[in-house]
Every structure is written in structure tokens, then in C-alpha cells.
Design a protein around this ligand. Sequence first.
Ligand code: FMN
Length: 240
Amino acid sequence: MERDVDRWPAGESHGWLSWRLGPIELEPVVHVTTDLKVLYFGTPVVLIGSRNEDGSANLAPMSSAWWLGQRCMLGMGNRSKTVANLLRERECVLNLVSSDMAGAVDRLAPLTGATPIPERKAAMGYRFEADKFGAAGLTPQASEVVKAPRVEECPIQLECLVESVHAFGETASAIEVRVVRAHVEERLVIPGTDHVDPVGWDPLIMKFCEFFGGGSQVHPSALAEAWQMPHRRSGRAPVG
Ligand SMILES: Cc1cc2nc3c(=O)[nH]c(=O)nc-3n(C[C@H](O)[C@H](O)[C@H](O)COP(=O)(O)O)c2cc1C
């Protein structure tokens, strides 16, 4: 581990920062170099609704999603049932999850719609589940443009078409989707606009496999357990 100290000169003006905060004294920032095992710095959790080959619904939590304009790029492991469904059906619904829905997401965490269960997933303790909605305690809702299901409890539901699929490393895909219809809970839309209220919207954030909302840890995470994520304190943070 190498140490590296960056020091901002104390007492000097730092542009807008000192304008916002007044005169400040910053502590030295100490960096160490480390082989980071996980790069999940914090992204909103999405429940992807997709259609299985027999027309039944699949639902999978994911959080490697980023947005640009009316498009989203989804990072998904190729062993998931969701990737097979998206490649075949060319559509899905991205259901964005609020922080009070962490329990439902956690119930989906050890489940897959893929059967037989891929070897590596079986070794991690994943179980096959045909009825993901039932297992999570969530309600399927018909979409308007696509055949994949929405999640009624999710405040933001985005019906999407698959535009392109790119290989991402050895075992994953980057799937580009385009939003064709957006449904937003009425209380979250700023009146008279087509904008989400950033103060009212409290997304569930997956940060290093743990669940956060409003900056605080909100629920224990089966994913963090499965990945054997280390913790600064012994045992879990007192959440849930
Ligand atoms: C909070 C959370 C975030 C996740 N994020 C991703 C992700 O971004 N990409 C991915 O491939 N899997 C992710 N997973 C794991 C998938 O949910 C898991 O592979 C699941 O079995 C997929 O379901 P399926 O096989 O029925 O499609 C995440 C799981 C949880 C609980």
C-alpha cells in the first residue's frame, strides 16, 4: 500500500467553494493505492421486468444502469434469465425502486428465473423461482406499449425497447435500451412540468452491495452476504 498526501493550501481562496462556505481550513487528504475488489460506488436499484419464452413474467434487481437522454445502458451478467429474455423479446420495463422497498428487493436477491441454475450461481446459493412477483410480494401491472410487466409499487416505471447489445468483458453484456413510455407517481411530478421532483424522489441506492436511502443504510442485504462484503465494524450495521 502506497501513501500519497494531497494538501490544499490552508487559508487560500478556492473559488466557489470559499464563496459558498466562507474561509475554510481543509485537512490533508491521505490516499492509499489498493486493488479495489468492487467498484459499486452507489447507483439506483432497478427492477427489470421481462417476459419469459412462455409469456410469464420475470423480475430481476440490478443497479449497473446509467442514463443519457431517453436511453439507458444496462450492465448485466450473461448468466441471468433477464439477458436471455431481453435478447429474445427486445423489450423490458425498468421499474425504479424507492428506498422503502429494500425488503422486496432483498427477497429477490437470491433468486433466478434461469433453469437449470448456472453452476456459478448455484454455488453462490441462488434458487430458481418461477413467480418472482409473488416471492417479492410485489404486484404485476400491464404495460401500455411493451408486453413486459411493470411493478405497481414502483413510483417510476419506464417501458423500453432494446436498441443494441454489446459484449462487456468476458461474461457480461451492455444492453442499450430506449424509453418509449414513462409512468411516474403523480406526487413525484413537479406540477405543470414533465420533471421528477428531486426532493420527493428517494431512490434505493446499492452501494458496495448494501442498501442505502437518503444517505443512510436502510436494510440488511442478502447480496452483501453472498459476496462476503467486509465491514468496518464487526457484524452488520443496525438497520432494518
Ligand atoms: C441490489 C442488486 C443489484 C444487482 N445489480 C446487478 C447488476 O447490475 N447486473 C447484474 O447482472 N446483476 C445484478 N444483480 C444480480 C441479479 O439480480 C441476479 O443475477 C439475478 O439472479 C438475476 O435474475 P434472473 O436470472 O432471473 O434474470 C443485482 C442484485 C441485487 C440484489
